[in-house]
Design a protein around this ligand. Structure first.
Ligand code: HEM
Length: 143
């Protein structure tokens, strides 16, 4: 059975992994978008005209909110995650739920390629955390 929650220890492991990736791969967000656009070219169209340097910076902050929403001190992160959910819904950016699997897969692939301590346990942890957040805060807002 898949656990539907993340413990504080697990949250810390994910944050440690994410910070290792940020230190090891200065092109992390570029790699993430490149991978996602290759997986699903329709997504690339949504980003035409977007300043990808700025978008990359916001993405990294967004991932940090997502992870910190599982921590003890999560008030700000939860507010931000809910804001992001609303921003991506059909009244705003209109990101259809079918696209989130590409987002998740390209993030996991980019982390795997960036983290020298990547293993099966950390892989499963990322899958669980992303599934919970995407379901709860992103897809559930799309009517
Ligand atoms: C959990 C999943 C996701 C997270 C955490 C996330 C995060 C973000 C963040 C932080 C921003 C900047 C907006 C702001 O801070 O106000 C953003 C914008 C955006 N996201 Fe996402 N995103 C996710 C999934 C997706 C997916 C699946 C797509 C498309 C397939 C997508 C398309 C966009 C677009 C088009 C923008 C607006 C860019 C612009 O016009 O400036 N996002 N996202």
């Amino acid at each position: 059975m898949i656990k539907k929650s993340i413990t504080h220890d697990e949250c810390q492991k994910l944050l440690d992994c994410f910070y290792r990736c940020c230190r090891a791969n200065k092109q992390f967000s570029e790699k993430f978008y490149e991978t996602m656009f290759q997986m699903e070219p329709q997504i690339k169209v949504m980003f035409s005209g977007v300043n990808m340097n700025e978008q990359g910076r916001l993405l990294m902050i967004g991932i940090e909110y997502l992870l910190r929403s599982f921590s003890d001190d999560n008030t700000v992160s939860l507010i931000q995650l809910k804001r992001l959910g609303k921003k991506h819904d059909q009244r705003n950016l209109n990101v259809h739920p079918k696209y989130y699997k590409f987002w998740k897969e390209s993030l996991i692939k980019t982390i795997e390629e960036s983290d020298e301590r990547w293993n099966e346990e950390i892989h499963d942890l990322w899958v669980r955390a992303l599934d919970i957040s995407i379901e709860e805060y992103l897809i559930s807002h799309y009517e």
